[in-house]
Ligand binder design. Sequence first.
Ligand code: ZN
Length: 320
Amino acid sequence: MQAVQGLHHITAVASDPQANVDFYHHVLGQRLVKKTVNFDDPGTYHLYYGDEIGTPGTIMTFFPWRHMKRGRLGNGETAAVGYGIRPDSVDFWRKRLAAFNVAVGEVQTRFGAVVIPFEDPDGMRLELVTTTDPATIRPWHDGPIAEEHMLLGFHSVTLWLDEVDQTGQLLVDQLGYERVGQEGARTRYRGASDDVGLFVDLLHRPGEPSGRFGAGSIHHIAFRTVDDGEQQEYLAALRAAGQQVTPVQDRQYFHSIYFRSPGGVLFEIATDAPGFLYDEPLDELGTNLKLPVWYEQHRPRIEAALPVFELKEGEAGGVA
Ligand code: ZN
């Protein structure tokens, strides 16, 4: 079985969709590549952001529930998402975040990289992490950020855990990750490819309280698999190892299986195919409300119930 190549997508909870779109699309320059609904709750959007086409390893997705109370971060959760940037882009991003009144935390050094911490409008923790690894993203040239400073897809995620050994074992034995470093309570694992989204960091916080789910919480992280056949191999291997894994779910743009890590974090394994061009051409990605076929007959009612939001026009290549 092939080792997992890295992260596929990350799914989190937001409150106000307009604030979410303004931040990810306009401030961070992540293209809204799909506008659809929560398949279990079609009165709620499911918004997908990424590079120009939503390449696996760049895909951040949100369920914006307008009245959702803010969560409280704790053990058993994905606590932070790191996006890669070029070392030359540190000043650009500090200025850009300041220009949009985004508070930036104390800049850190981690495994030799500069880390700039900040939060999204719902308090979700984000980081910009410098990297010199080759960028495999598809640059979004119609966005607000010049190519030299664009976010380079996911660099890493940080999981807060009461225990780290069992989760580390799962990453290595079942998903083919390699343990590549330790700094204090943080252990780093690397996926097996040269693409983006390679690193999973486990932060050992024994005895600390669990999180409370809400706006700003990360619901799950998804790992990449090439195709349905390989996903079946993971499914069989995980079940043989005693994991409780869901059957394959059709998520329209990928196929998914879910299981909970020993530390409590929800993991998914998602296929690269079919991707976001499956039901929209490249130049229209994210501009139409896409519904799965079983909701099409209810489209007028669904559209009427969803809150309206607007995409701000970007100033291509501008600083702010
Ligand atoms: Zn997912």
